[in-house]
Design a binder for this molecule. Structure first.
Ligand code: ZN
Ligand code: ZN
Length: 252
């Protein structure tokens, strides 16, 4: 699977870091996890076609992970050269349907095109994973918002995990067990933690307990960006450590 970090930033406006979004191309499909502000233009910047998106998955409903679904659907409806005919699936953790119907109340008239648009709501525990063309998708609760979940895609080359926002969480450790690559939030320095988020120490703890081969650090706030994050995380984790940049591509 080919993975592109489209947005590695946070609520803090930065030129160099858009808000959260990661695109996974696997099994002939384009999957998008989170769609924060700037994600649609970020896909263009990263050489990806926003109209190619087949499935959208949300980790939680904070605006820095969701708002660009509106311009994405608006552009699919009115901004494409060819009218879309293939389906688009949009999924999130419960109460996703309530979140979605609120968006539809405001913008549905401009968001819904003449193609099949399917929404579905995931239970917090993945008792029955989804079998996608690109692999088996499972998920587990993350420790951030009541609805928060993290995702894992098991493909041919190994497993990719995206934590979304979380603090240290045993269920994320279990989900990430033995994964090849974990795209993990690393929001704040160890000396100024914020609840619901990770610092290098928590990233190292999850990564080493789960035994993942590589971590890619994302959702980096400016204070954490000042640090030598590979060194900080490397105090408690022996695998490969990469700090994500917008447009950064890697394979699993
Ligand atoms: Zn966030
Ligand atoms: Zn959040």
């Amino acid at each position: 699977m080919d993975i592109t970090v489209v947005g590695s930033g946070t609520v803090v406006p930065r030129l160099e870091r858009r808000q959260s979004c990661v695109v996974v191309e696997a099994g002939g499909e384009t999957l998008v996890f989170d769609l924060g502000s700037g994600a649609v233009r970020g896909m263009l910047r990263a050489g990806l076609d926003p109209f190619a998106v087949d499935r959208i998955f949300f980790t939680h409903f904070h605006p820095d992970h969701t708002v660009d679904v509106v311009p994405l659907l608006f552009s699919i409806k009115y901004g494409a050269d060819e009218e879309r005919s293939r389906p688009l699936l949009i999924t999130g953790p419960g109460p996703f349907e309530r979140f979605w119907s609120s968006l539809m109340d405001v913008w549905g008239e401009w968001m819904v095109g003449n193609y099949p648009l399917e929404t579905s709501e995931l239970p917090h525990e993945s008792t029955s994973p989804l079998n996608l063309p690109g692999g088996r998708l499972s998920w587990a609760p993350a420790d951030h918002r009541p609805e928060s979940i993290a995702y894992r895609l098991d493909g041919e080359g190994g497993a990719f995990v995206y934590t979304g926002d979380t603090e240290y969480s045993e269920s994320v450790v279990e989900l990430a067990r033995g994964a090849h690559t974990m795209l993990v939030e690393c929001s704040f320095p160890d000396d100024s933690p914020v609840s619901g988020h990770l610092t290098p120490d928590g990233v190292a703890r999850i990564a080493s307990e789960a035994g993942v081969s590589r971590v890619v650090l994302t959702h980096v706030y400016p204070a954490a960006d000042e640090l030598d994050l590979p060194k900080e995380v490397g105090r408690g984790y022996e695998g490969q450590i990469v700090v994500a940049r917008d447009g950064h591509k890697f394979g699993v």
